[in-house]
Design a protein around this ligand. Sequence first.
Ligand SMILES: *Cc1c(COP(=O)(O)O)cnc(C)c1O
Length: 408
Amino acid sequence: MDSRTHDAYDAQDGCVAAGHPARRAFATEAVHAGREDLAAQGLHAAPLDLSTTYPSYDSRGEAARLDAFAADGAELTGTPVYARLGNPTVARFETALARLEGTESAVAFASGMAALSAVLLARNALGLRHVVAVRPLYGCSDHLLTAGLLGSEVTWVDPEGVADALRPDTGLVLVESPANPTLAEIDLRAVAHACGSVPLLVDNTFATPVLQRPAGQGARLVLHSATKYLGGHGDVMGGVVACDEELARRLRQVRFATGGVLHPLAGYLLLRGLSTLPVRVRAASATAAELARRLAADPRVARVHYPRIGGAMIAFEVHGDPHAVIAGVRLITPAVSLGSVDTLIQHPASISHRIVDATDRRDAGVGDRLLRLSVGLEDVEDLWADLEGALGTERAGGGVRRKETAGR
Ligand SMILES: *Cc1c(COP(=O)(O)O)cnc(C)c1O
């Protein structure tokens, strides 16, 4: 596995190694990126800097630095000034995530939604208010665009319809792959090509850079709800956009002015989370692949969606009552969110995608019998026993119906 991972990383992301002396494998970067200066400082763990402000006896110097930031949004070098402008612990996480996604830069935010909002605000400010987007998206991302809360106007299309939907005022094309919650996959290279000069934003929350690095396929912006796999333990909320430095500068200016900053403790936890990301994602994916296989063979399950690229998420449709499955789990936690060390299950039509109009939701493939499972690190047999028990009432209830299809 290690040598294959190494090759894939080098081949896919030439820019990962650019500006960095030695080509290192993804798993090595996950542990070391953002920490290179620690040993020279006599440190091992990354320092957690909780300061909101910093002493400076040179106000003339500060004036010049603030002028420079206002002019171009370049990251402040030297002593930090104020926590909304930048924080050294958060900067380590940004450095590491950019390295893993193969981009020049990354800009962290308080949540995934704060990250998406900053991108939309940055585009809207240029008069580029039109967004072309492919459903399904995460429920709140869909809502933010549909409700026009930030003044965006959205055209929903199939992946094949992106090129035709572009207008002179289109500022962004937005896709998720695998998508939340159906796990529908998109040919990112083809969509990136269709976008022409309009930036393509890929929400990579589900795949993580372990399984897919969209920048290598032409995406200019790669967004994460860091709350999910990057943190990985269900105890930190954050968002991040990996992109080129030109776009990052605008995003830093928007973040400074609107205040959706990532808390330094969250930055610390996210940097720590990255070091185990490859191990967690690969282990949970192996379990998920096995569970997907068993679900697909189960007569109580109508359909299973499991991505070609793998991953730790499974979507499946039951013949019977999905709410009974949610009520029936004992080991698995019935809860929204995903990407934690423990397994979570939820009913998208009731929770994560409730805010999307019911017709739009169903048209996007989010049916009322769809369940979304985020597979954690528990033993596969214990998880299967729990799922079996939760599905079991179904068989007792109304008999077993014939399967339609599996594995799609
Ligand atoms: C959860 C999620 C978001 C939103 O992230 P928050 O951290 O909850 O704000 C965006 N995109 C996807 C795919 C998500 O799963």
